[in-house]
Design a protein around this ligand. Structure first.
Ligand SMILES: C[S@@+](CC[C@H](N)C(=O)[O-])C[C@H]1O[C@@H](n2cnc3c(N)ncnc32)[C@H](O)[C@@H]1O
Length: 262
């Protein structure tokens, strides 16, 4: 049983207050998908690309937000640590530039292909079936720093992974929940047993659940109360009665309790 900290709060405020370093940051931040293309028709549900207010940004706001959180995770990530960020394909070069401006070294980009994406009802464009995952490490100024990279087999180590979107019993009410199989794949490749992994846009807690199964520890930050509750319920359900065992899973809803994280 591994320690998981669930923090209710805004990452940009919480991250500077964390007095801990982590071995990996695996994050699925907002996508900036909802704002421009969403058509709100009277009396009808918004299009499926409208995930909620958390995914709305002003014109330059998204890249500024991305830069801010990348800057904030840098002091927390160990010198040998990995940073993995999910992104829409359109933002790959922007995120790569931000990585480099903030002193990260971009090593590669993995494509996640969804085998069952939302259909293109009007048939006027492609289905949105791919997301990118940008991999970077820290502290590269000519220094030779080793980082965790658990290469398995030539067959498995393509920069491409294919799974269905999250469905069935695994699915919670979170609108953009990632499949556990996808996150587990990243956890195995980019961290080791007992490592601490940070997810500062935790949503329904997929990373924490995958990490518990793979014997890693996590710090999870989510600012939406209902998503935070989904994550808390999910971990409890997945692992039995963990909340009662020695605070191994700790819900932190108060800033002063951040000091409890070890
Ligand atoms: C793409 S979703 C993550 C989904 C998650 N990977 C899962 O499997 O459930 C991004 C999440 O970030 C949260 N979020 C957005 N801005 C945030 C912020 N400033 N601080 C903390 N959480 C934030 C949203 O509420 C949303 O749940």
């Amino acid at each position: 049983m591994y320690a998981h900290y669930l923090i209710l709060g805004d990452s940009l405020e919480v991250l500077p207050k964390l007095k801990i370093t982590v071995d990996a940051v695996i994050v699925d931040p907002p996508y900036n998908t909802a704002n421009k293309n969403t058509k709100e028709l009277k009396g009808r549900k918004a299009r499926s690309s409208d995930f909620g207010k958390w995914d709305y940004f002003s014109d330059n706001g998204y890249l500024e937000f991305t830069k801010n959180w990348v800057k904030s995770v840098k002091p927390i990530l160990k010198e040998s640590g990995n940073l993995l960020t999910f992104s829409k394909l359109e933002y790959v070069s922007d995120i790569r530039r931000i990585y480099e401006e903030e002193g990260f070294k971009h090593h590669g980009t993995i494509i996640w292909h969804k085998t069952n994406p939302a259909p293109q009802i009007r048939k006027t464009g492609f289905l949105s079936s791919c997301e990118a995952i940008l991999w970077a490490t820290k502290g590269f100024d000519g220094k030779k720093i080793s980082y965790t990279f658990n290469f398995t087999t030539q067959k498995e180590m393509h920069n491409f992974i294919e799974t269905p979107i999250c469905m069935g019993n695994e699915r919670t009410k979170h609108p953009t929940q990632k499949p556990k199989r996808l996150i587990s794949h990243l956890v195995k490749l980019f961290s080791n047993k007992n490592d601490i992994i940070l997810d500062c846009f935790a949503g329904s807690g997929t990373l924490a659940e995958a990490a518990e199964e793979l014997k890693r520890r996590t710090i999870n930050i989510e600012n939406d109360k209902s998503f935070f509750q989904i994550m808390a319920d999910r971990l409890k359900v997945a692992n039995g009665n963990l909340f009662s065992q020695n605070n191994k899973i700790l819900k932190i809803t108060n800033e002063k309790d951040l000091t409890l994280i070890r």
